[in-house]
Write a protein that binds this ligand. Structure first.
Ligand code: NAP
Length: 529
């Protein structure tokens, strides 16, 4: 499939007239061909209007047909073959094997949502049968199911050009919920985005979806994204990126005549707590695994371990020495874009000059213009507690190690932290009593609490939570990875005393698709009265 620099609006692919924009080669910073036509406000209007027109037809399709659409997108992404990963490699600098893995994750994610749609539990069907004899008041027949919110705007992420981008988790979960999607392509992988958008458009055509179920726009600067969030047809936003960007979109969404939810995943430093017994018994091994996690993918993961907290002493010093030894051997790696590289260098510089912070080690020097040199910094709990800016995310392979005088101080540091996607505890059996004291704090701080592992590597499954309190996300009640991500784009509707033939199939008495329903408080797949 050829990259032509085009927008995809419904089934129409064309070069837009908002001026030329170029994708950039991550390694060299050079412009890549072809030029892409940036969208105009008319293009945004057309994409959103088509999405609104498609909404009722799309959301009322049989579950099986919507599931087939999701499966067809997965297959179309596989069918793109090497052209997809080669272009993504050029645009993002991510290694080909990682991108191949990410493609399979994207495909797996789409299939997970297809199976979720087929299984029917997403309807959340509930039936409270009428009680005409009840006194003093009879109870009417009450039935609940969930429907899609409406067209969703998705902002592709820079750090997952496939799994969190055009056909990523936000798009897959919104389409599964019955919501048409308009994607704003991330400027750092425009060609990759076009290829995937074409694959989705083909899947939509092959499976007979209404036109407008999917569109992709791209822009020159922030105006197109702003116009998308302002458009009255858009009913929710999915975003992964900077805190500044997520908050700006949230402000726009809240200032609309009809405010809408913005599900933004923004910044997290993912604390790793080293408890004393584990630190004493296997500090050096933990240090090596930590440095591997820190430098994976040039540290460009939202779950990157940017903070380590432990009690000072010889075991802590040994941990730091082993971490330094591992880190100085790590080669510099190309970052996703010159902009992200610049932000990383400034972030490390800023951190290193804060009061009470010392740089412990740097990785091997860069040989390319946009390569990140890994960095390890150290501070003490007192300095950390006195300077809120030490909590700011430095996106890339940099981490700050905090030495605490004792367990109480360590706990104080954790209590002071703002919201996180993850919190990790390294522990051995003798640490269980301390871990039990920390757990209530960690539950309040993070969407995922993990033991004896590292936070990078997010499983796409039913139990996964990739979310957390602000600023890790704008809404701690949800997740952007895993089956529950569909909940963001659904809302409940109650049907009171509606005749059976007028009810949606999920709520009809004979339960034609045999889905799970809560009938008078019991979870059953039977027919109802
Ligand atoms: P970004 O600058 O927030 O951009 C993400 C997307 O949002 C882009 O499509 C961007 O469009 C758009 N956007 C940003 N601000 C906007 C605004 N005010 N109005 C409308 N649209 C807006 O994020 P990024 O380019 O991916 O990376 C920059 C930084 O984000 C990184 O250095 C890192 O700190 C952070 N980041 C965090 C995570 C995480 O998961 N925690 C992941 C990726 C990045 P344009 O670029 O076209 O303006």
């Amino acid at each position: 499939m050829e990259i032509r620099g085009e927008l995809i609006i419904g089934q129409h692919a064309f070069k837009a007239r908002g001026g030329d924009v170029y994708a950039i080669a991550a390694a060299s910073g050079e412009r890549l061909k072809p030029a892409f036509g940036a969208a105009t406000s008319d293009d945004v209007e057309r994409a959103c209007t088509l999405a609104e027109e498609a909404f009722d037809a799309y959301r009322q399709l049989p579950d099986e047909q919507r599931a087939q659409f999701l499966d067809a997108i997965a297959q179309a992404i596989v069918d793109l073959g090497a052209v997809l990963t080669e272009r993504a490699h050029l645009e993002t600098g991510l290694p080909l094997p990682r991108l191949e893995g990410e493609r399979m994750r994207t495909v797996g994610q789409l299939k997970l949502f297809a199976s979720l749609v087929r299984d029917g539990r997403w309807h959340g069907a509930v039936i409270d049968a009428a009680q005409p004899e009840r006194t003093p008041q009879p109870r009417p027949d009450l039935r609940l199911r969930r429907i899609g919110l409406g067209p969703v705007a998705v902002f592709g992420a820079s750090n997952f050009p496939l799994a969190f981008s055009v056909a990523g988790g936000d798009t897959a979960s919104a389409l599964a919920a019955g919501c048409p999607v308009v994607v704003k392509a991330h400027p750092s992988h425009l060609g990759t985005s076009e290829l995937v958008a074409r694959a989705i458009a083909k899947a939509a055509l092959d499976t007979g979806m209404p036109e407008g179920v999917f569109s992709m726009v791209l822009g020159d600067g922030i105006a197109i994204g702003e116009a998308l969030v302002r458009h009255p047809a858009i009913q929710a936003v999915g975003f992964t990126g900077s805190r500044q960007g997520g908050l700006a979109l949230q402000r726009i969404a809240q200032s609309r005549r009809e405010p809408i939810p913005v599900y933004a995943e923004m910044s997290s430093i993912n604390p790793v707590v080293l408890l004393p017994a584990a630190l004493g018994a296997r500090g050096a091994a933990i240090a090596r695994d930590f440095v591997d996690s820190l430098t994976l993918g040039a540290g460009q993961f939202c779950t990157n371990p940017g903070l380590v907290v432990a009690i000072e002493g010889p075991a802590f010093d040994a941990f730091c020495a082993a971490a330094v030894e591992a880190l100085i051997a790590k080669p510099a790696t190309t970052m996703l874009s010159p902009g992200i590289h610049g932000a990383y260098c400034r972030g490390v510089e800023r951190l290193a000059t804060r009061s009470g912070v010392a740089k412990l080690a740097a990785g091997k020097p860069a040989s390319g213009a946009y390569e990140a040199v890994a960095a390890l910094l150290r501070t003490d709990a007192e300095s950390f507690l006195a300077d809120e800016s030490l909590e700011d995310e430095v996106f890339g392979p940099s981490s700050l190690v905090i030495a605490c005088r004792d367990f109480d101080e360590l706990h104080r540091v954790l209590r002071r932290l703002s919201g996180q996607l993850t919190a990790t505890v390294q522990l051995d059996d003798d640490d269980h009593a301390l871990a039990r004291k920390l757990l209530p704090t960690l539950e309040r701080k993070a969407g995922r609490v993990l033991f004896n592992g590292f936070p990078t590597g997010v499983e796409v499954s039913y139990a996964m939570v990739h979310g957390g309190p602000f600023p890790s996300t704008s809404d701690s009640r949800t997740t952007s990875v895993g089956a529950s991500a569909i909940d963001r784009f659904l809302r409940p509707v109650c049907y009171q005393a509606v005749p059976d033939t007028l009810l949606p199939e999920a709520l009809q008495a004979d339960n034609p698709h045999g889905i799970w329903r809560l009938v008078d408080g019991q979870l059953v797949r039977d027919q109802a009265q």
